[in-house]
Design a protein around this ligand. Structure first.
Ligand code: FES
Length: 174
């Protein structure tokens, strides 16, 4: 009588098949987990929060004279938290009316400056020029300066700060 006859014996072929099966399962797991996470990532991403920032008192701004307001915002991306210096151009257009622009040139993002003697915003990079209304007057920018929402809250002028995709005609938040 053969010893261990009641024990199932694994043939060499079965053993190799089992090893290969285990290896395949391991590879599928290693490759599959990142794929699932990648697929879910839009759902896991934080929804964009609004970033309202105080830029001053309404009375700080003179009609028709753009003024840059600078501030710091805090951004959280996953585990990473950072503070970022930002700015906006504020234009008082009436007693209680304002136009607020993201200062990035819509071409490639250079920060535009205001030249009072020419009553226009100038990009320092490729000749982009914008009117007081934000419209493109010259150069390659594909759209007007990006206007931002604003409101007076508690006596302060506050702005909903956002950045937008550069180099495209559509205003798309990033
Ligand atoms: S970045 Fe302003 S014109 Fe190119």
């Amino acid at each position: 009588m053969e010893p261990y006859a009641n024990h199932p014996r694994m043939s060499r072929r079965s053993f190799l098949a089992a090893v290969m099966g285990g290896f395949s399962a391991l590879v599928a797991t290693v490759l599959g987990v990142p794929a699932v996470v990648f697929g879910l990532s839009p759902a896991l991403k934080q929804t964009k929060k609004e970033t309202w920032v105080q830029v001053g008192l309404p009375g700080d701004f003179k009609t028709g004279q753009p003024q840059m307001a600078e501030f710091t915002i805090f951004r959280k991306d996953g585990w990473l938290e950072e503070s970022v210096s930002k700015s906006v151009w504020v234009v008082r257009t009436g007693d209680a009316d304002f136009a607020v622009y993201n200062p990035r040139c819509t071409h490639l993002g250079c920060i535009v400056s205001w030249r009072p003697e020419e009553t226009a915003f100038f990009s320092p990079c490729h000749g982009g020029v914008f009117a007081l209304t934000g419209e493109v007057l010259a150069g390659p920018p594909p759209r007007s300066l990006d206007k931002l929402d604003w409101k007076v809250d508690g006596g302060k002028l506050v702005v909903n700060f956002k950045d937008f995709r550069l180099g495209v005609p559509e205003k798309v938040e990033v």
